[in-house]
Design a protein around this ligand. Structure first.
Ligand SMILES: Nc1nc2ncc(COP(=O)(O)O)nc2c(=O)[nH]1
Length: 281
């Protein structure tokens, strides 16, 4: 019988930012973000990912103080209500304050490259650490979407993630605290994202849980483009996103990072039902 433990965790996104690509500004106030977090929990989120810095291509970075002001009140409030929280940050100061405020997971899109001190924060607090594949900040990350070596983007992402894991372990992070993520849309062009999604077994060879964050990203918009070649708008990408959630769930990923928790929850209930064996035959 399939148990809930066999299904991916649903990580609901709470971007407390004015400028994230798909929901920028909708939850920019503390009150709106807390309310949205509660809504996602009610829809079935296992984890809420609280982010205070937009990472969309071309985004400018907030000050550390601004990022702290955005995420800490939300983490404190939702943690007090028993939510399991990750903080989506590249900064050691924000990671430290977030763990003290109740975050159980550090979700670092830079995998420790932007601020290596974050690895010592993770080790010191012995919390879970999501290391995503990343090559540079949003202002120029797409310039680095070049994977001409043997094995292409899949080999490069696996090699570079292996190096991030090694640095994390060298900083004292326990390997069994690390979750890896191929970083869809980060220094990746359309085909790179699909190549990575077809290569989950290669990512599995790192021997660590895998998180997938398609979250209505532009490679889905491009796939769903109209006859004139115009990308499908963000709010029209959820069905495709949920199809991906279903497929990566069937593969056995650790988690999916989504905006529409309800859709992901429904999809995973279908997966559980189809895998269950009520008759025992
Ligand atoms: N681990 C992880 N974190 C992330 N944080 C932000 C975004 C940007 O997407 P959003 O604007 O939908 O949050 N994508 C990821 C991702 O793919 N993986």
């Amino acid at each position: 019988m399939v148990t809930a433990a066999d299904l991916p965790r649903i990580m609901g996104i709470v971007n407390v930012t004015p400028d994230s690509f798909s929901d920028g500004g909708r939850w920019a106030t503390t009150e709106a973000a807390i309310a949205h977090g509660r809504h996602l929990l009610a829809q079935g989120a296992d984890i809420l990912d609280i982010g205070g810095e937009s990472t969309r291509p071309g985004a400018t970075r907030p000050l550390v103080s601004e990022e702290l002001d955005r995420v800490i009140p939300v983490i404190e409030a939702l943690s007090a209500e028993g939510a399991v929280l990750s903080v989506d940050t590249m900064r050691s100061e924000v990671a430290e304050a977030s763990v003290r405020a109740g975050a159980a997971i550090i979700n670092d899109v830079s995998g420790g490259l932007a601020d290596p001190e974050i690895l010592r924060v993770v080790a010191a607090h012995d919390v879970d650490y999501i290391a995503m594949h990343w090559r540079a900040h949003s202002t120029h990350m797409q310039d680095l979407a070049v994977y001409d070596g043997p094995g292409g983007v899949v080999a490069a992402v696996c090699e570079e993630l292996a190096a991030r894991i090694a640095d994390a372990e060298a900083a004292g992070v326990r390997r069994d605290r690390v979750i890896v993520d191929p970083g869809l849309g980060f220094a990746k062009r359309g085909t790179h994202n699909w190549d990575l999604l077809r290569a989950l077994p290669a990512l599995d060879e790192l021997g660590l849980p895998v998180l997938i964050g398609a979250s209505r990203k532009s490679f889905l918009g491009a796939l769903l483009a109209d006859d004139q070649g115009s990308s499908r708008p963000v709010d029209g990408r959820e069905a495709a996103n949920t199809a991906l959630t279903t497929l990566v769930a069937l593969h056995g990923v650790w988690g999916v990072r989504v905006h529409d928790v309800g859709a992901a929850s429904d999809a995973l209930r279908v997966v559980a039902q189809l895998r269950s064996n009520p008759g025992g035959s």
